[in-house]
Design a binder for this molecule. Structure first.
Ligand SMILES: Nc1ncnc2c1ncn2[C@@H]1O[C@H](COP(=O)(O)OP(=O)(O)OP(=O)(O)O)[C@@H](O)[C@H]1O
Length: 298
Protein backbone atom coordinates (compact mmCIF):
# COMPACT_ATOMS: atom_id res chain seq x y z
CA UNK A 1 0.00 0.00 0.00
CA UNK A 2 2.43 2.69 1.22
CA UNK A 3 6.19 2.27 0.98
CA UNK A 4 8.58 4.88 2.31
CA UNK A 5 12.19 4.14 1.41
CA UNK A 6 15.21 5.93 2.83
CA UNK A 7 13.74 9.39 2.82
CA UNK A 8 15.74 12.46 3.77
CA UNK A 9 14.07 15.85 4.16
CA UNK A 10 15.90 19.14 4.49
CA UNK A 11 14.31 22.44 5.45
CA UNK A 12 16.87 25.05 4.52
CA UNK A 13 20.17 23.50 5.50
CA UNK A 14 18.73 21.58 8.42
CA UNK A 15 18.11 17.87 7.98
CA UNK A 16 14.68 17.19 9.47
CA UNK A 17 14.21 13.55 8.40
CA UNK A 18 17.07 11.06 8.21
CA UNK A 19 16.88 7.85 6.21
CA UNK A 20 13.38 6.88 7.30
CA UNK A 21 11.94 3.69 5.76
CA UNK A 22 8.73 1.84 6.54
CA UNK A 23 5.67 0.23 5.00
CA UNK A 24 1.98 0.40 5.74
CA UNK A 25 0.01 -2.58 4.45
CA UNK A 26 -3.75 -2.80 3.80
CA UNK A 27 -5.69 -3.02 7.07
CA UNK A 28 -2.75 -1.97 9.22
CA UNK A 29 -3.05 0.91 11.68
CA UNK A 30 0.41 2.34 12.13
CA UNK A 31 0.99 4.71 15.04
CA UNK A 32 3.65 7.37 14.52
CA UNK A 33 4.93 8.51 17.91
CA UNK A 34 7.78 10.65 19.17
CA UNK A 35 8.56 13.83 21.09
CA UNK A 36 7.61 17.35 19.93
CA UNK A 37 9.63 18.34 16.89
CA UNK A 38 10.69 14.73 16.15
CA UNK A 39 9.49 14.94 12.54
CA UNK A 40 6.11 13.17 12.54
CA UNK A 41 4.18 15.90 10.72
CA UNK A 42 7.03 16.36 8.26
CA UNK A 43 6.92 12.64 7.39
CA UNK A 44 3.16 12.86 6.81
CA UNK A 45 3.46 16.00 4.68
CA UNK A 46 6.23 14.38 2.66
CA UNK A 47 4.06 11.35 1.90
CA UNK A 48 1.37 13.76 0.71
CA UNK A 49 3.80 15.34 -1.75
CA UNK A 50 3.92 18.64 0.14
CA UNK A 51 7.65 18.64 0.83
CA UNK A 52 10.80 18.08 -1.23
CA UNK A 53 12.65 14.90 -0.30
CA UNK A 54 15.31 12.43 -1.33
CA UNK A 55 14.42 8.75 -1.37
CA UNK A 56 11.34 6.97 -2.68
CA UNK A 57 7.67 7.01 -1.68
CA UNK A 58 5.08 4.83 -3.41
CA UNK A 59 1.34 4.42 -2.92
CA UNK A 60 -0.08 1.32 -4.59
CA UNK A 61 3.30 0.89 -6.34
CA UNK A 62 3.11 4.36 -7.92
CA UNK A 63 5.78 6.88 -7.03
CA UNK A 64 4.88 10.18 -5.39
CA UNK A 65 6.99 13.25 -5.89
CA UNK A 66 6.51 16.89 -5.04
CA UNK A 67 5.13 17.37 -8.56
CA UNK A 68 3.33 14.06 -9.08
CA UNK A 69 0.29 13.64 -6.84
CA UNK A 70 -1.91 11.33 -8.96
CA UNK A 71 -1.35 8.25 -6.73
CA UNK A 72 -2.81 10.26 -3.83
CA UNK A 73 -6.33 10.04 -5.34
CA UNK A 74 -7.15 7.18 -2.93
CA UNK A 75 -5.45 8.79 0.08
CA UNK A 76 -7.38 10.80 2.69
CA UNK A 77 -5.60 13.07 5.14
CA UNK A 78 -6.01 15.39 8.07
CA UNK A 79 -2.81 17.32 8.80
CA UNK A 80 -2.64 20.13 11.33
CA UNK A 81 -5.85 22.21 11.00
CA UNK A 82 -8.70 20.83 8.92
CA UNK A 83 -9.12 22.71 5.62
CA UNK A 84 -12.69 23.89 6.13
CA UNK A 85 -14.54 26.77 4.45
CA UNK A 86 -16.20 28.66 7.34
CA UNK A 87 -19.02 30.19 5.26
CA UNK A 88 -20.16 26.82 3.93
CA UNK A 89 -22.12 24.31 5.99
CA UNK A 90 -20.45 21.09 7.10
CA UNK A 91 -22.35 19.21 4.40
CA UNK A 92 -21.31 21.68 1.69
CA UNK A 93 -17.71 21.27 2.81
CA UNK A 94 -18.05 17.50 2.47
CA UNK A 95 -19.73 17.86 -0.95
CA UNK A 96 -16.64 19.65 -2.26
CA UNK A 97 -14.71 16.38 -1.94
CA UNK A 98 -17.36 13.65 -2.03
CA UNK A 99 -17.83 11.38 -5.05
CA UNK A 100 -20.58 9.33 -3.45
CA UNK A 101 -23.55 10.94 -1.59
CA UNK A 102 -24.49 7.68 0.16
CA UNK A 103 -20.97 7.22 1.55
CA UNK A 104 -20.99 10.88 2.66
CA UNK A 105 -24.34 10.58 4.46
CA UNK A 106 -23.19 7.39 6.20
CA UNK A 107 -20.07 9.16 7.47
CA UNK A 108 -22.12 12.06 8.83
CA UNK A 109 -24.23 9.61 10.82
CA UNK A 110 -21.29 7.44 11.90
CA UNK A 111 -19.52 10.53 13.25
CA UNK A 112 -22.76 11.76 14.89
CA UNK A 113 -22.72 15.07 13.04
CA UNK A 114 -26.37 15.03 11.85
CA UNK A 115 -27.51 17.70 14.34
CA UNK A 116 -25.23 20.43 13.01
CA UNK A 117 -24.12 19.31 9.54
CA UNK A 118 -26.47 21.84 7.86
CA UNK A 119 -25.20 24.85 9.83
CA UNK A 120 -22.27 27.03 8.77
CA UNK A 121 -18.86 25.70 9.82
CA UNK A 122 -17.78 29.08 11.21
CA UNK A 123 -19.96 28.37 14.26
CA UNK A 124 -18.37 24.98 14.93
CA UNK A 125 -16.37 24.22 18.06
CA UNK A 126 -12.81 22.88 17.82
CA UNK A 127 -14.06 19.29 18.22
CA UNK A 128 -16.83 19.73 15.62
CA UNK A 129 -14.28 21.07 13.10
CA UNK A 130 -11.97 18.20 13.93
CA UNK A 131 -14.74 15.65 13.28
CA UNK A 132 -15.53 17.33 9.96
CA UNK A 133 -11.82 17.17 9.07
CA UNK A 134 -11.77 13.45 9.88
CA UNK A 135 -14.93 12.93 7.81
CA UNK A 136 -13.25 14.63 4.83
CA UNK A 137 -10.24 12.31 5.23
CA UNK A 138 -12.51 9.25 5.27
CA UNK A 139 -14.61 10.18 2.23
CA UNK A 140 -14.70 8.03 -0.94
CA UNK A 141 -13.46 4.77 0.66
CA UNK A 142 -9.75 5.65 0.70
CA UNK A 143 -7.00 3.00 0.53
CA UNK A 144 -4.84 4.97 2.96
CA UNK A 145 -5.77 7.55 5.60
CA UNK A 146 -3.18 9.83 7.21
CA UNK A 147 -4.27 11.50 10.45
CA UNK A 148 -2.12 13.93 12.41
CA UNK A 149 -3.32 14.16 16.03
CA UNK A 150 -6.91 13.14 15.15
CA UNK A 151 -8.12 13.12 18.76
CA UNK A 152 -7.31 16.84 19.23
CA UNK A 153 -10.22 18.58 20.91
CA UNK A 154 -12.53 15.55 20.83
CA UNK A 155 -14.77 14.66 23.78
CA UNK A 156 -14.94 11.14 25.20
CA UNK A 157 -17.88 9.99 23.06
CA UNK A 158 -16.37 11.38 19.87
CA UNK A 159 -13.02 9.75 20.71
CA UNK A 160 -14.74 6.39 21.16
CA UNK A 161 -16.71 6.71 17.91
CA UNK A 162 -13.61 7.74 15.91
CA UNK A 163 -11.75 4.76 17.35
CA UNK A 164 -14.57 2.42 16.27
CA UNK A 165 -14.69 3.93 12.78
CA UNK A 166 -10.91 3.58 12.33
CA UNK A 167 -11.15 -0.10 13.31
CA UNK A 168 -14.15 -0.65 11.05
CA UNK A 169 -12.38 0.92 8.04
CA UNK A 170 -9.18 -1.02 8.78
CA UNK A 171 -11.16 -4.29 8.84
CA UNK A 172 -12.33 -3.47 5.33
CA UNK A 173 -8.70 -3.02 4.24
CA UNK A 174 -8.07 0.72 4.66
CA UNK A 175 -4.52 1.40 5.89
CA UNK A 176 -3.95 4.11 8.51
CA UNK A 177 -0.95 6.19 9.51
CA UNK A 178 -1.82 8.08 12.70
CA UNK A 179 0.28 10.35 14.87
CA UNK A 180 -0.76 11.14 18.41
CA UNK A 181 0.64 12.22 21.74
CA UNK A 182 -2.28 10.50 23.44
CA UNK A 183 -0.48 7.18 23.64
CA UNK A 184 -3.20 5.46 25.66
CA UNK A 185 -5.64 6.23 22.84
CA UNK A 186 -3.31 5.22 20.02
CA UNK A 187 -2.55 2.01 21.87
CA UNK A 188 -6.22 0.99 21.61
CA UNK A 189 -6.19 0.97 17.80
CA UNK A 190 -2.71 0.58 16.38
CA UNK A 191 -1.29 -2.66 15.06
CA UNK A 192 2.22 -1.32 14.38
CA UNK A 193 4.28 1.32 16.17
CA UNK A 194 6.93 3.62 14.70
CA UNK A 195 8.97 5.73 17.10
CA UNK A 196 10.70 8.80 15.67
CA UNK A 197 13.28 10.93 17.46
CA UNK A 198 15.34 13.78 15.97
CA UNK A 199 14.13 12.77 12.49
CA UNK A 200 15.36 9.16 12.74
CA UNK A 201 13.32 6.03 13.18
CA UNK A 202 14.24 4.25 16.42
CA UNK A 203 11.61 1.52 16.39
CA UNK A 204 9.29 -0.03 13.81
CA UNK A 205 7.57 -3.01 15.34
CA UNK A 206 4.20 -4.68 15.61
CA UNK A 207 2.41 -3.84 18.82
CA UNK A 208 2.60 -7.35 20.30
CA UNK A 209 6.41 -7.44 19.89
CA UNK A 210 6.67 -3.88 21.17
CA UNK A 211 4.75 -4.78 24.31
CA UNK A 212 7.11 -7.70 24.87
CA UNK A 213 9.73 -5.10 25.74
CA UNK A 214 7.68 -4.34 28.85
CA UNK A 215 8.44 -7.73 30.37
CA UNK A 216 12.14 -7.73 29.66
CA UNK A 217 13.32 -5.00 31.98
CA UNK A 218 14.92 -5.05 35.42
CA UNK A 219 15.23 -2.17 37.82
CA UNK A 220 18.78 -1.82 39.18
CA UNK A 221 20.02 0.25 42.07
CA UNK A 222 23.49 0.05 43.63
CA UNK A 223 25.39 1.66 46.50
CA UNK A 224 27.36 3.70 43.94
CA UNK A 225 25.20 4.72 40.99
CA UNK A 226 27.77 7.13 39.48
CA UNK A 227 30.44 4.40 39.38
CA UNK A 228 27.84 1.97 38.03
CA UNK A 229 27.02 4.36 35.16
CA UNK A 230 30.70 4.53 34.18
CA UNK A 231 31.05 0.75 34.41
CA UNK A 232 27.98 0.08 32.24
CA UNK A 233 29.14 2.64 29.70
CA UNK A 234 32.69 1.24 29.63
CA UNK A 235 31.30 -2.21 28.84
CA UNK A 236 28.78 -0.85 26.33
CA UNK A 237 25.86 -2.38 28.17
CA UNK A 238 22.34 -1.20 27.40
CA UNK A 239 20.70 0.81 30.16
CA UNK A 240 18.58 3.84 30.85
CA UNK A 241 18.58 6.00 33.95
CA UNK A 242 15.56 6.33 36.20
CA UNK A 243 14.96 8.59 39.22
CA UNK A 244 16.41 6.01 41.61
CA UNK A 245 18.80 3.97 39.47
CA UNK A 246 18.69 2.17 36.12
CA UNK A 247 16.56 0.06 33.83
CA UNK A 248 18.49 -2.80 32.29
CA UNK A 249 17.47 -5.60 29.91
CA UNK A 250 16.83 -9.02 31.42
CA UNK A 251 19.46 -10.69 29.20
CA UNK A 252 22.21 -8.52 30.69
CA UNK A 253 21.57 -8.95 34.41
CA UNK A 254 24.11 -11.74 34.95
CA UNK A 255 26.88 -9.85 33.14
CA UNK A 256 26.04 -6.72 35.14
CA UNK A 257 26.13 -8.57 38.47
CA UNK A 258 29.53 -10.08 37.62
CA UNK A 259 30.93 -6.65 36.67
CA UNK A 260 29.59 -4.99 39.81
CA UNK A 261 30.93 -7.78 42.02
CA UNK A 262 34.38 -7.48 40.43
CA UNK A 263 34.41 -3.77 41.34
CA UNK A 264 32.94 -4.46 44.80
CA UNK A 265 29.89 -2.33 44.03
CA UNK A 266 27.06 -3.81 46.04
CA UNK A 267 23.51 -4.16 44.80
CA UNK A 268 20.70 -2.39 46.62
CA UNK A 269 18.02 -3.71 44.31
CA UNK A 270 17.65 -5.85 41.19
CA UNK A 271 14.02 -6.64 40.41
CA UNK A 272 11.84 -7.24 37.33
CA UNK A 273 9.54 -4.36 36.37
CA UNK A 274 6.46 -4.24 34.18
CA UNK A 275 6.55 -1.10 32.05
CA UNK A 276 3.48 0.42 30.46
CA UNK A 277 3.44 1.67 26.87
CA UNK A 278 4.39 5.21 27.87
CA UNK A 279 7.27 4.02 30.03
CA UNK A 280 8.65 1.86 27.19
CA UNK A 281 8.74 4.94 24.94
CA UNK A 282 10.42 7.06 27.62
CA UNK A 283 12.95 4.28 28.25
CA UNK A 284 13.76 3.98 24.52
CA UNK A 285 14.21 7.75 24.18
CA UNK A 286 16.34 7.88 27.32
CA UNK A 287 18.60 5.12 25.96
CA UNK A 288 19.00 6.96 22.69
CA UNK A 289 19.95 10.14 24.56
CA UNK A 290 22.54 8.08 26.46
CA UNK A 291 24.01 6.77 23.19
CA UNK A 292 24.12 10.27 21.70
CA UNK A 293 25.80 11.59 24.85
CA UNK A 294 28.45 8.86 24.58
CA UNK A 295 29.05 9.76 20.93
CA UNK A 296 29.64 13.42 21.79
CA UNK A 297 32.07 12.41 24.53
CA UNK A 298 34.09 10.07 22.32
N1 LIG B 1 8.64 25.24 7.84
C1 LIG B 1 9.62 24.92 8.68
N2 LIG B 1 10.74 25.68 8.75
C2 LIG B 1 11.76 25.35 9.57
N3 LIG B 1 11.76 24.26 10.36
C3 LIG B 1 10.69 23.49 10.34
C4 LIG B 1 9.55 23.75 9.50
N4 LIG B 1 8.63 22.79 9.69
C5 LIG B 1 9.16 21.96 10.61
N5 LIG B 1 10.37 22.37 11.00
C6 LIG B 1 11.25 21.70 11.98
O1 LIG B 1 11.25 20.33 11.69
C7 LIG B 1 11.29 19.55 12.87
C8 LIG B 1 10.19 18.52 12.83
O2 LIG B 1 8.93 19.18 12.93
P1 LIG B 1 7.56 18.38 12.87
O3 LIG B 1 6.46 19.39 12.87
O4 LIG B 1 7.61 17.41 11.75
O5 LIG B 1 7.61 17.60 14.26
P2 LIG B 1 6.48 16.74 15.00
O6 LIG B 1 7.10 15.45 15.38
O7 LIG B 1 5.24 16.69 14.16
O8 LIG B 1 6.23 17.63 16.30
P3 LIG B 1 4.92 17.86 17.21
O9 LIG B 1 4.71 16.61 17.98
O10 LIG B 1 5.32 18.99 18.09
O11 LIG B 1 3.79 18.19 16.29
C9 LIG B 1 11.23 20.53 14.03
O12 LIG B 1 12.54 20.71 14.51
C10 LIG B 1 10.71 21.80 13.41
O13 LIG B 1 11.24 22.91 14.07
Amino acid sequence: MLTVKQIDVYIGRKQIIKQVSFQVKPGEIVGLVGPNGAGKTTIMKTILGLTKFNGKITVNQQAITENHHAPLAKVGALIEHPAIYPFLTGLQNLQLYSQDPTDMRQLVTLLQMDAYINTKAKGYSLGMKQKLGIAIALLNQPDLVILDEPMNGLDVEATISIRKIIKQYAERGTAFLISSHVLSELQKVMTQVILINHGSMIVNQNVAAFNQRAQKQYQLNTVANAATTKLLQAHQLTFSKTKTGFLVPREEIFAIQDLLAAQQIHLKMLAPVQLNFEQIIVDLLERQRGREHEKTLS
